[in-house]
Design a protein around this ligand. Structure first.
Ligand code: IPE
Ligand code: IPE
Ligand code: MG
Length: 243
């Protein structure tokens, strides 16, 4: 890394979350079926995960399948499930050897039984790894997450006075992760699409027109450089002397 890049990367976000979007358009522009785009969108994951660890990011959350994605054609959903299974088979050992701990965000019980089993096994295998925590948001929706939290809080019999920000966050799928510092969305879309709607309250957002299958280490570096130029104020006013 040259000195200039080093200086612009002094502040590495602890938690980066990515909305991996644009697989379909990537394929369409190449005259390929959408599923080829989804397949290509798993090929670059290894590079991006390794780059996160190299940059010193501790938590990476990737949005792989939303609660709304069930509205897609049956063939696309089945194809996606097959691709996720193949990816787990292909990448798990490598992730484990690189100290990556896999976690799942969302509703596991509603997905294909074989995939459920693979995910549970992957979580168990990697549970003591410490280099990078990889949260995979799969069958995840922010509203679903908040509704589940409310239901569980009520079932647990909490009194109204018990519940504050901190207590509430303990009932979210992300209870074991800090809030994201930086959220990246690829493919030139400017919306959150039901992703981490509670946790993103003070996240920095970075949008790139690049389709997800073309996103790589250099793109990540660019996002981190932009993050380093941001001033996070959390609603406060910076004192003159701090400027
Ligand atoms: C993101 O790519 C992957 C999933 C939502 C599963 P898309 O499939 O949304 O690609 P576009 O947005 O149609 O190009
Ligand atoms: C968000 O992308 C979900 C994932 C990347 C998994 P979508 O492509 O589903 O979002 P919309 O429909 O464009 O908002
Ligand atoms: Mg999309």
């Amino acid at each position: 890394m040259n000195k200039e890049t080093q200086e612009s990367l002094q502040n590495i976000p602890n938690h980066v979350a990515i909305i991996m979007d644009g697989n379909g358009r990537w394929a369409l522009e190449k005259g390929l079926p959408r599923l080829s785009g989804h397949r290509a969108g798993t090929e670059n994951l290894r590079e991006v995960i390794e780059a996160c660890a190299e940059f010193g990011i501790k938590y990476l959350t990737i949005y792989a399948f939303s609660t709304e994605n069930w509205k897609r054609p049956k063939e696309e959903i089945q194809g996606l499930m097959r691709i996720f299974k193949t990816m787990l088979d292909r990448e798990l050992q490598n992730l484990h050897e690189n100290g990556v701990q896999l976690r799942h965000l969302g509703r596991l019980d509603q997905i294909d039984k074989e995939l459920q089993k693979k995910v549970r096994e992957a979580i168990e295998l990697t549970k003591d790894n410490k280099t990078l925590i990889l949260n995979v948001a799969f069958n995840y929706g922010g509203r679903d997450e908040i509704l589940q939290a409310v239901k569980n809080i009520i079932s647990a019999g909490h009194s109204v006075d018990d519940i504050d920000d901190e207590q509430f966050a303990k009932y979210l799928y992300t209870s074991e992760s800090p809030d994201p510092d930086l959220i990246i969305r690829t493919s030139g879309e400017y919306r959150c699409s039901n992703f981490l709607i509670w946790q993103s309250a003070y996240a920095e957002w970075y949008f790139t027109p690049t389709y997800w299958p073309d996103f790589n280490k250099e793109e990540l570096r660019q996002a981190l450089i932009v993050y380093n130029q941001r001033e996070r104020r959390y609603g406060e006013v910076k004192q003159e002397k701090e400027r």
